[in-house]
Design a protein around this ligand. Structure first.
Ligand SMILES: C[S@@+](CC[C@H](N)C(=O)[O-])C[C@H]1O[C@@H](n2cnc3c(N)ncnc32)[C@H](O)[C@@H]1O
Length: 375
């Protein structure tokens, strides 16, 4: 197939990365963003590799009966959502299947282990994000998101996955940003836990400290961790941020160490005395643990998108050397890096007991995954 030629295909599946999937007469697999299983579409191939091609949608010839009406005016232009045209049930089903396949491919053995499924509740399919990051153009007095695969800005009035109080504040932020800056600016807007909306111009990502973006699903995340963490002498909350996952467990442990590059600037007054924040990289903190602590320990590991990556071997070795790890809960927001880390823990002698799939990000292909290991 010529790269400029338009061809008509039927979409038969949805890929875990977000695109609809078609198979050409030649047997070639093609991924087409913003299509739905059952669609008949005209497409143009944009990129070819050995085993598959990428294409763009040129025309929707027959629309699949499963298609939903996207509520957002800039859906498909904005780089945010991928799935507003699909029913939520198919979104979650696809994420779960994707997790299953990725775990299998990683070599993880889990045949007898069921995956706890925690889809978002219906009222939470939209208007769930408590934090969004926008770009402003002061010349045009617009505020928006980056266009997909581009650094051009598409202007918006509102974001359908953001909580309503954030949307209500956008006009005020747009006007303040247009006055304050001469060039493109970045702004992060957050609905704080005290229900006030705050914003930060041109700061690093998560300017107010990391916080899970979906409050309702964060409660489900905290509950799963709480249900499986048990009680022990020691709790290590590695990549613990502000203690989101460990503070609710404080009464069940004798000592808690929460380690993160970014911890609260001021220790909150309500923090229990046996709870310690350590502002450090996880690897740096583990390297400093010289004497072995023989008390039995529960470990929570909630790294950023890349997972433990190249530091896995060092982190695992230092954990085992310095602590008597009994329970380990691994959490990841990227299925590929999560699967890689989970299979490496299993290979290092940790026994996999449970898995869970939790949807913090409806309308996108992202999935939060959890694994419980014991030693
Ligand atoms: C997915 S968040 C988890 C935060 C926390 N568990 C929660 O539920 O709010 C990942 C965290 O890792 C932190 N981080 C990133 N790289 C790190 C590193 N090398 N060492 C320690 N913390 C790191 C970030 O600051 C962020 O708070």
């Amino acid at each position: 197939v010529n790269e400029l030629e338009t061809i008509q295909v039927k979409i038969h599946d949805l890929a875990r990365g977000g695109s609809g999937v078609a198979k050409l007469d030649t047997g070639e697999i093609v991924f087409v963003p913003f299509t739905a299983p059952g669609d008949e579409v005209k497409i143009r191939i944009t990129q070819k590799s050995k085993s598959y091609s990428q294409a763009e949608l040129v025309e929707l010839v027959h629309s699949s009966p499963i298609r939903a009406v996207p509520p957002c005016k800039v859906f498909t232009v904005c780089g945010g959502c991928a799935w507003q045209h699909l029913p939520y049930s198919l979104q979650f089903e696809t994420k779960k299947k994707g997790l299953h396949q990725t775990l299998k491919r990683s070599g993880l053995k889990f045949d007898e282990i069921s995956i706890d499924e925690m889809p978002a509740a219906e009222q939470n399919h939209y208007h769930y994000r408590n934090r969004i990051q926008l770009r402003g153009n002061p010349e045009q007095k617009t505020l928006g998101f980056y266009v997909r695969e581009s650094t051009r800005i598409v202007a918006i009035d509102r974001c359908e996955v953001a909580v309503e109080p954030i949307n209500q504040h956008l006009p005020e932020i747009r006007s303040a940003g247009s006055k304050e800056f001469a060039q493109e600016y970045k702004v992060e807007v957050e609905l704080a836990s005290d229900k006030t909306v705050r914003h930060a111009f041109n700061q690093r990502h998560a300017a107010f400290g990391f916080r899970q973006v979906n409050d309702e699903q964060n409660i489900a995340l905290q509950k799963w961790v709480s249900d499986h963490a048990g009680s022990d002498a020691l709790l290590l909350d590695l990549y613990g941020g502000f203690g989101n996952l460990s503070l609710p467990l404080a009464s069940r442990f004798k000592a808690i160490h929460c380690v993160d590059l970014s911890v609260p600037e001021k220790r909150p007054a309500t923090t229990p005395a046996h709870f310690a924040f350590h502002q450090s990289s996880v690897l740096g903190w583990l390297k400093k643990q010289n004497a072995r602590n023989s008390q039995s320990a529960t470990v929570l590991l909630d790294p950023p998108r890349e997972g433990l990556g190249g530091e896995f071997a060092q982190i695992e070795r230092l954990l085992t050397k310095s602590f008597a790890v009994k329970t380990l809960i691994l959490i990841g927001c990227d299925v590929d890096s999560f699967a890689r880390d989970a299979s490496r823990f299993q290979a290092a002698g940790y026994q996999l007991k449970k898995l869970a799939a939790l949807d913090l990000f409806p309308q996108t292909p992202h999935l939060e995954s959890l694994a419980l290991f014991t030693k």
